[in-house]
Design a protein around this ligand. Structure first.
Ligand SMILES: [Zn+2]
Length: 339
């Protein structure tokens, strides 16, 4: 109910907001949408209302876009902003004139050919091709920044796809049973365990990282009957290691870890990892953080060789042989306890 002037009754009246289907003509086509209309309670005529009628027309335009598979204005803006371009500079790059993009983003329906181009450049590989053809239309500084932006997006997309694919593979490869600590493998969580560890010990060798992870997961199982990461561990000559540990670490290299090679003697080279980011423990339980702290404080004075030797006297290690998966049930006799 709204009090408003009715031009028919020529006085202020009470008007109702009525829901009904309305038909609009969009680009020569009849489009029907559910609409809200202001109706005079006295003479029952419709009364113009800028806000309501504007929303009805916008709904009809969007319905037209849906029926013709056209991008919504919000999607057009999203594509443009992803490349860090103004409405004018995108228009210039696409040779559309300077105000065209603005018109599309503020509600005008784009023509079909323009829509196709916008869908194409949603893919950064296509954007790159258009950029290479038309970059002379942009200022030198914009040219440089857009080139970098497109290359970054292409690289990130490739990395994301690789990561997703690998995460899938790792997840599928591991069943939920005594070898995973009755948990499904959580790659992101294992990554955060590694960052948390490296942040505390200020860098560590691969062999040491593997031992720390094993103790964290196995101590968690010993105390709470469930592992932290859901990783499977395998018996290798230097001690227990997470299954696929090389892949797990490689995936972290560009964003989370730095790797440096350390030469011990002439030919002996070790890989030392350092955290590039701060750990994000938002997905961890309090108990899990306690377990990680306990393992870190217990071993922080051990070097990689000592840590490896220490793990060799664990029953879980002694009772398994080379290449064999280690059952979490063996954590019962772990020499470590939660303090
Ligand atoms: Zn009226």
């Amino acid at each position: 109910m709204k009090t408003i002037y009715c031009p028919e009754c020529e006085e202020k009246i009470k008007a109702d907001i009525v829901q009904r289907e309305e038909t609009f003509t969009v680009k020569g086509e009849k489009i029907s949408v559910p609409a809200s209309v202001l109706v005079c309670s006295k003479c029952k005529n419709d009364i113009f209302d800028e806000e309501l009628d504007g929303a009805n027309v916008a709904a009809a335009y969007n319905e037209y876009r849906k029926q013709h598979s056209l991008l919504l204005p919000s999607k057009i803006r999203e594509i443009r902003e992803r490349y860090g371009l103004s409405q004018r500079s995108l228009g210039r790059l696409l040779e559309w004139g300077e105000i065209t993009v603005n018109r599309y983003e503020t509600g005008e329906i784009q023509d079909a050919v323009h829509n196709e181009v916008l869908e194409l450049i949603d893919n950064p590989e296509n954007m790159k091709k258009i950029f290479e053809k038309n970059m002379h239309l942009l200022s030198p500084s914009l040219r440089a920044s857009l080139k970098k932006r497109i290359d970054d997006i292409i690289q990130n997309t490739a990395e994301e796809r690789f990561q997703l694919h690998l995460g899938d593979y790792l997840l599928r490869a591991q069943a939920i049973n005594e070898y995973s600590g009755y948990k499904s493998f959580d790659l992101e969580k294992m990554h955060q365990m590694i960052v948390y560890l490296l942040d505390h010990v200020k860098g560590a060798y691969k062999t040491a990282i593997n031992k720390y992870l094993w103790y964290m997961d196995f101590l968690s199982f010993k105390e709470y009957s469930v592992s932290i990461s859901g990783s499977v561990y395998v018996h290798l000559p230097y001690g227990p290691v997470p299954d696929n540990y090389d892949i797990i670490l490689d995936l972290m290299l560009s964003k989370m870890l730095d790797k440096e090679e350390v030469v011990f003697k002439e030919d002996v080279v070790g890989e030392r990892f350092i955290a590039k980011t701060k750990p994000d423990l938002s997905n961890f339980e309090k108990e899990e953080i306690k377990i990680m702290d306990c393992v870190i404080s217990h071993f922080k004075r051990y070097n990689a060789t000592q840590l490896s030797k220490y793990s060799h006297q664990e029953k879980a290690y002694m009772e398994t042989s080379n290449g064999e998966q280690i059952s979490y049930e063996l954590s019962e006799e772990l020499t470590l306890n939660l303090k």
